[in-house]
Design a protein around this ligand. Sequence first.
Ligand code: MF3
Ligand code: CO
Length: 274
Amino acid sequence: MTRRNKEMIIYKTDAEIALMKNAAVLVSKTLAEVAKILKPGVTTLEIDKLCANFIQKHNATSSFLNYRGYPFTICASVNDVVVHGFPNDTPLKNGDIVSIDMGVILNGWHGDHAYTFIMGNADPAAIELVKVTKESLYKGIEKAIVNNRIGDIAYAIQEHTEIKHGYGVVRELVGHGLGRSLHEDPQMPNYGKRGTGPKLKENLVLAIEPMINMGSREVYTDEDGWTIKTRDGKPSVHFEHDVCVKRNKALILSDYSIIEAEEKANPHLNSSYY
Ligand code: MF3
Ligand code: CO
């Protein structure tokens, strides 16, 4: 048996980046469909079906379904669920904080990203957590340029969330390289030291995904073997973008503007924070 212990980072060509953008944007378009139908009473299982149908219609398959036995198309992580929540038949309600994470394989390339929605009149502290987590993702992305290091991105996220706002940064789960595989090297933690870790070179594609807890950073895995929850039961927020390292400014392959347009048009969703 061969064991790979050295990091193997795969850099993409510009033509491959263009294909990866198509995959990432298909995820964005799917999440925009989710933004259209979210309202109290809708279940995450219904959302899972909608997403499965939408990507099939667009000639893509799910990155998540059957990945290490994962049984759904999306991860739906509500309130104290951090990530990897199973879609279920519990109706969503006013005040819920709903992260939808989805991956597709389109023409052999993975797109994998996530967005957190606020249902109606949520707790202002939860809205602030959503705002700060989203901001932290962009602060990380600003550091995704040639000659910086993974630790520079990681620290920017940790600084904004943990140091500046006192939130808990989950340690057990990290972002990752992305390409023909869902998870490639390098690992992309949301905490770390500036100037450490692999050096960033042009056309490395990273899935950067802060998972930020309102309270303690401690998490545990539910009996289903997948669902990650906060130990203290307080809310957690997850955003994820697919990002290509470039010389002066990172290229974001996924597109929140499509999702945000539908979010703003939906009276059941709260987008007042941005
Ligand atoms: N964005 C998550 C990740 O990169 C989603 C994985 S869920 C799984 O780990 F079902 F695919 F495992
Ligand atoms: Co991911």
